[in-house]
Design a protein around this ligand. Structure first.
Ligand SMILES: [Fe+2]
Ligand SMILES: [Fe+2]
Length: 233
């Protein structure tokens, strides 16, 4: 393996003088966040406004949808600043991750997605907090409190459904949604991830993040909800 390169790149202007490998790695991370935030907002958050059962729930869901679109806008602006071609972020061109292939039909499904998938997103954003490219680090810091709010909204809403006698719908949504989530963290032997860590762009391996996620999902579903997490094969 080549020598560890830990450098601080403070601005977009400084990025331009970095080695190609570093710039390409930064672009990949920015594009992945820009696209994922847009997919999530389009397939889950915006449609969920119509599914929300009360005006209060609709208001909170509008806020979440607004924030998710804003996350896309922020990463997209950075992508534009560093010169990423717009078509690399077009959902019609770029295939969605499996986490977005779930067809949202009910309110309990949305609540489960927020509780579980937004926790997965928290882990991804957490990894940016010490990123060697400071504009990405700053986006992580701005985005984190909102992702935490989304995951808490999901957890609280699931608990409300369970208390209101709709635990079966929550368990059913967990059974169908949870199995597609671990793939969100990418391949265990990912060359990209190895490069991101070498450049100080990310801190943890995909496997470490997935293990963290599975630990937290188990705690959430089994301890907080008193439900069962499906076994993943
Ligand atoms: Fe987000
Ligand atoms: Fe979120």
């Amino acid at each position: 393996m080549s020598a560890v390169l830990i450098q601080e790149v403070k601005t977009v202007a400084e990025l331009k003088s970095q080695p190609d490998d570093y710039r390409i790695a930064v672009e990949k991370i920015v594009v992945s966040h820009a696209v994922n935030e847009l997919y999530g907002a389009q397939v889950f958050d915006e449609p969920a406004i119509a599914l929300a059962p009360t005006p209060y729930a609709k208001w909170l869901t509008c806020r979440i949808a607004m924030e998710e679109y804003h996350h896309h806008v922020r990463f997209r602006s950075l992508a534009d600043e560093i010169g990423v071609a717009p078509e690399r972020m077009d959902p019609k061109v770029k295939q969605p991750l499996s986490i977005f292939s779930f067809e949202l039909k009910t309110w309990p499904e949305f609540c489960v997605i927020k509780a579980i998938a937004d926790y997965a997103e928290i882990l991804q954003v957490e990894d940016l907090l010490h990123c060697s490219f400071h504009p990405l680090r700053n986006l992580g810091r701005i985005t984190m409190p909102e992702e935490k709010f989304h995951a808490k909204f999901g957890k609280d809403s699931c608990l409300e459904l369970i208390q209101a006698g709709q635990g079966d719908a929550v368990q059913d949504a967990i059974n169908r949604y949870f199995p597609i989530t671990p793939a969100f963290f990418g391949a265990s032997n990912s060359k990209n991830n190895e490069m991101y860590r070498r450049f100080g762009l990310k801190q943890r391996s995909n496997e470490e993040m997935r293990a963290d996620f599975l630990r937290r999902a188990t705690e959430l579903v089994e301890q907080d909800f008193g439900m069962t997490l499906p076994v993943i094969h």
